[in-house]
Write a protein that binds this ligand. Structure first.
Ligand SMILES: [Zn+2]
Ligand SMILES: [Zn+2]
Length: 269
């Protein structure tokens, strides 16, 4: 089948040391036919400080232009971006997403709401002292997800299970207490013709997606991308065999790639 990795980072993201060349070569070695580089543009840092609301495309564009035609017929290389907490300034996000080379935008929430302090969920989740701290993180996260779905600056919602990556597993939290609200978010995504992603988080999360994918599929969701969120070459396409099995088991027949912010449907073999 035509395998794609639609979420990974390079040294244009502050938390990745990987040149695009290394990521692309790792994708080819993993049998991937198309990749879309989605470096970070976060509107908040981990401490909750505001970051620039104009995205500097030059570093991203430069490395993409250098390599985009390097592997004809072997690897299609597309340009995207992962916007973190775009809900803070949707107009500014839209204004930076106008370059013609842009194929794909992931809308993610990496930080708490401004009302909750705006610190990184990664940081806050590690400070949880009891289960109700984890519940509070998820409450705040769902509030923001409902806001994000009303904005235009994204094509798929990034890693919707994100806080569960970092909330201590012994609290056994999942998204079921917020299930009706998540369903409403998915109904809006579907009505807009947009989508969600299955994000394997470098191979760490696959099975946690089962219920979420079932809900999305039951509601009529069709637009789905697959991404490893690799920040290093060894994680490109991580856990894709298991992810593809899950995608088939939950009733999806297609995986999407993007051209100019529009999904193309590739059959899941
Ligand atoms: Zn992310
Ligand atoms: Zn990412």
């Amino acid at each position: 089948m035509y395998l794609s990795d639609y979420h990974f980072h390079t040294l244009c993201s502050s938390d990745s040391p990987a040149p695009l060349l290394q990521q692309a070569e790792a994708a080819i070695a993993a049998g991937v036919r198309e990749i879309c580089v989605t470096d970070h543009w976060n509107l908040l840092d981990q401490q909750g400080n505001r970051l620039p609301t104009v995205y500097d495309w030059e570093p991203s564009l430069a490395q993409w232009r250098e390599l985009r035609n390097r592997w004809p017929g072997q690897l299609e290389l597309r340009l995207g971006v992962e916007v973190g907490n775009g809900v803070l300034d949707p107009a500014a996000v839209d204004a930076s997403l106008t370059i013609p080379e842009l194929d794909f935008v992931i809308g993610s929430l990496h930080s708490q709401s401004a009302a909750a302090g705006g610190r990184g969920i990664y940081t806050v989740a590690r400070e949880c002292a009891e289960k109700k701290d984890g519940t509070a993180i998820l409450d705040d996260y769902m509030d923001m997800l409902e806001e994000l779905v009303q904005t235009s600056g994204w094509d798929v919602l990034g890693h919707v299970i994100y806080p569960l990556r970092y909330i201590p597993p012994e609290y056994e939290l999942d998204l079921h207490p917020w299930w009706d609200r998540l369903a409403q978010v998915f109904r809006a995504v579907i009505a807009q013709g947009r989508g969600i992603e299955l994000n394997t988080s470098a191979g760490a999360t696959v099975e946690q997606w089962r219920d979420v994918l079932e809900l999305y599929r039951d509601l009529g969701g069709e637009v789905l991308t697959l991404g490893s969120d690799a920040h290093r070459p060894q994680h490109m396409a991580a856990a894709f065999p298991q992810a593809l099995e899950l995608i088939r088991e939950t009733g999806f027949r297609w995986l999407c790639v993007y051209r100019q912010r529009t999904p193309l449907f590739c059959k899941v073999g």
